[in-house]
Design a protein around this ligand. Structure first.
Ligand SMILES: Cc1cc2nc3c(=O)[nH]c(=O)nc-3n(C[C@H](O)[C@H](O)[C@H](O)COP(=O)(O)OP(=O)(O)OC[C@H]3O[C@@H](n4cnc5c(N)ncnc54)[C@H](O)[C@@H]3O)c2cc1C
Length: 286
């Protein structure tokens, strides 16, 4: 849609030029900004002018990890991780990226422009890149003028429907993913009320083979990400008890699903995720 109140779009080439003036907002892919009236805005600052790399290797805390630029598009992330499909150590994380990208209620045209950073900054419960980043245990780097960098786990950055811990003057620079996340084993289940509807529940499971630790993450069904951590693959009863222990006010209510239904289907999806992770360990042992 036309944003009639806008007086201009700035395209900064350096970080110094990118800080917001009154009435401005950062523009990434624009798939949300241009989808709804923005009467309070007078200008946009186009982050794509900064030329941040989409995906690159990074010297993580535990070996060679991954850095994802905030302006990396969903399509760019898919392209950057697609070669991993042929690598047995990284095929599982490549499949996770694909499943999360497909959880977007959007056409391929939107995937071409929508960015990882824009998705996380919106803080929608059905934020598919939030689901992905939480499954990967990714950390977000936030920059503020003259203030250095602040690093926050994405699981803590999204705090409620449309709410994040990001201050309005903080720019999301990108995500850091540790090396261990790239070789972990994942299982994913998503559910919508309609075949191509917005996700009502997304459950991801992660098993780290060296340590044996397991994390089950819930998004879309809850108003903010919920991560259930276990020292080893839990039994079905232990997992069911952990899901039942999620606070009642966390279950999200919107036209895509009632809270009690979301709580119920999350339990079912979590059990399927667990069964898939258990089956994977049996295959490896055989
Ligand atoms: C048909 C359709 C379907 C959609 N389906 C979904 C869906 O299923 N799930 C979902 O979550 N969303 C959905 N969306 C909403 C939106 O398209 C996505 O969330 C998208 O990822 C937003 O990214 P963007 O780059 O286009 O953000 P933009 O529209 O450019 O920006 C979104 C917001 O984030 C801020 N922002 C962007 N980047 C940064 C940054 N680096 N630092 C600080 N602030 C920043 C902007 O100022 C703005 O407030 C859908 C949209 C459409 C049109």
């Amino acid at each position: 849609m036309d944003l009639a109140e806008l007086r201009g779009v700035r395209v900064p080439r350096t970080l110094d030029e990118a800080w917001l003036q009154p009435g401005e907002a950062w523009l990434a892919g624009g798939s949300w900004l241009y989808s709804t009236p923005q009467p309070h805005l007078r200008g946009l600052v186009d982050l794509t002018g900064l030329g941040w790399p989409a995906v690159e290797t990074s010297p993580g805390t535990d070996g060679t990890g991954l850095a994802i630029g905030a302006t990396c598009t969903v399509a760019g992330l898919l392209a950057g991780t697609a070669p991993w499909t042929a690598d047995p150590r990284r095929a599982s994380v490549a499949a996770l990226v694909r499943r999360c990208a497909d959880a977007f209620l959007m056409s391929f045209k939107v995937q071409e422009v929508a960015t990882v950073g824009g998705n996380i900054c919106l803080g929608l419960p059905a934020g598919a890149m939030t689901s992905l980043a939480v499954a990967l245990d990714a950390r977000a780097t936030l920059l503020a003028a003259g203030d250095g960098a602040r690093v926050v786990p994405v699981a803590d950055l999204v705090t409620g429907p449309g709410r994040t811990d990001r201050r309005p003057d903080e720019l999301l620079r990108g995500l850091e993913v540790d090396a261990a996340a790239l070789t972990a084993t994942y299982a994913v289940r998503t559910l919508s009320l309609t075949p191509v509807g917005r996700s009502a529940a997304v459950v991801t499971g992660r098993l780290d083979p060296p340590s044996g630790t397991c994390a089950i993450s819930v998004t879309a069904a809850t108003d903010r990400p919920v991560v259930l951590r276990f020292g080893a693959l839990p039994g079905a009863d232990e997992l069911a008890a952990a899901v039942a222990g999620i606070a009642a006010e966390r279950w999200y209510a919107d036209p895509h699903g009632a809270p009690d239904w979301r709580a119920h289907v999350t339990g079912v999806l979590a059990r399927e995720v667990l069964d898939e992770l258990h089956a994977g360990t049996r295959e490896v042992a055989a």
